[in-house]
Design a protein around this ligand. Structure first.
Ligand code: P6P
Length: 351
């Protein structure tokens, strides 16, 4: 049980609603529904090894990645929790190529929910922490039902974002633009209780997270940056410790609490890297900025990128602001060739 006040996520969300005089219950209800979906998914992830829910399906997602049974379960739960509430005008899932319309028999609402139902799902079978990532935009199009215009908004327009990490405990971390707050699930009562109020990234970072198996394909600027992070370039600064779980939410969460930088950069073969702008990077960039950090694609802030495709990929460098800006400096100094290749992709002129 956390020290001090005992605050459920439901009460916290209601308290947050008081900060927005114009807020209706729709936004509060939407956050509440996401928390409920998280509980249902958590229940399956903690027992995945005991149920016939482990392992891969025959199916692949649009990225050609084998879909795990738990992926599809999580995707289904989030959809069915939100398709009938009248709070959303449209949904987008990393697991679905097209936008997911609100079924005709249900009323449409004024929010857009974008989500990665279970990130890191390739780690499920080896019991490594995995996560759900979500982002909420406000509807901007004129029609009753949501469109791609409502989904493809820059992260600077987000009204809320967050993630759930299914690890040694299940935590839901979210922000509505009023700081970042973490809630730990108490399975004995089935409630998310406030455990990390107003999370701020520590000013002295501890970790860097990168898959150094890719060093050979990294650009010169990223290679120089990794040398700098490890203190191999000089003795004038302390090296950081390497920690890479291979599960974005787990790596991000640890760096959020302890300070550090996660990077999955672009290179000359995959200039836009691997991460998905709409389903991963936008939400984590919003959270990082609210916690005093920063997220960049190597050229500029993730928050400012105008999306052009629902599934567009983006390089992701996220963590303490000074660490991320140092990465941008190394790229500016060494990686003109990559920048020239990536910029047209970022702007949607080429794939
Ligand atoms: P790699 C998981 O598949 C994921 O999307 C993220 O959760 C994780 O950070 C990354 O890919 C790991 O990718 O290429 O290092 O195995």
């Amino acid at each position: 049980m956390p020290d001090g006040k005992i605050l459920t996520i439901g009460r916290h969300i209601l308290d947050q609603q008081k900060l927005y005089p114009h807020a209706t219950g729709a936004f509060t209800g939407l956050l509440h529904d996401i928390a409920l979906a998280a509980k249902l998914i958590a229940q399956q992830t903690t027992r995945a090894g005991l149920l016939d829910i482990l392992g891969a399906t025959e199916g692949e997602n649009i990225y050609g990645e084998r879909q795990q049974k738990l992926d599809l379960f999580a995707d289904r739960v989030i959809f069915q929790m939100n398709d009938h509430t009248g709070r959303l005008c449209v949904m987008g899932s990393e697991e679905s190529e097209e936008l997911i319309p609100i079924p005709d028999q249900f009323e449409a609402g004024k929010y857009v929910l974008l989500f990665d139902p279970l990130d890191g799902s390739s780690n499920i079978d080896v019991n490594v922490s995995i996560g759900t990532i979500f982002a909420i935009h406000r509807k901007i199009s004129a029609g009753e039902r949501g469109t791609l215009e409502d989904a493809l908004q820059p992260a600077s327009k987000l009204v809320a974002a967050g993630y759930v990490i299914y690890g040694s405990s299940t935590m839901l971390v979210y922000s509505t633009g009023q700081g970042v707050h973490g809630f730990t699930l108490d399975p004995s009562v089935g409630e998310f209780l406030l455990s990390h109020e107003n999370i701020q990234m520590p000013p002295t970072p501890k970790y860097y997270s990168a898959n150094q198996g890719y060093t050979k394909k990294w650009t010169p600027g990223i290679q120089a940056y990794l040398n700098w992070l490890q203190g191999l370039d000089s003795d004038d600064h302390e090296p950081l410790a390497g920690r890479y779980i291979g599960s974005l939410v787990a790596d991000f969460h640890r760096n959020l609490l302890r300070g550090g930088v996660f990077l999955y950069p672009g290179d000359m073969k995959e200039p836009a890297g691997k991460m998905r702008l709409m389903f991963e990077a936008q939400a984590l960039a919003f959270i990082a900025n609210q916690a005093g950090g920063y997220a960049s694609d190597g050229v500029g802030s993730i928050l400012d990128i105008q999306p052009h495709d629902l599934h567009q990929r983006v390089p992701l460098i996220v963590g303490n602001r000074d660490l991320v800006e140092t990465a941008e400096n190394f790229i500016r100094e060494h990686d003109n060739e990559w920048v020239k290749t990536y910029l047209p992709i970022r702007q949607g002129h080429t794939r």
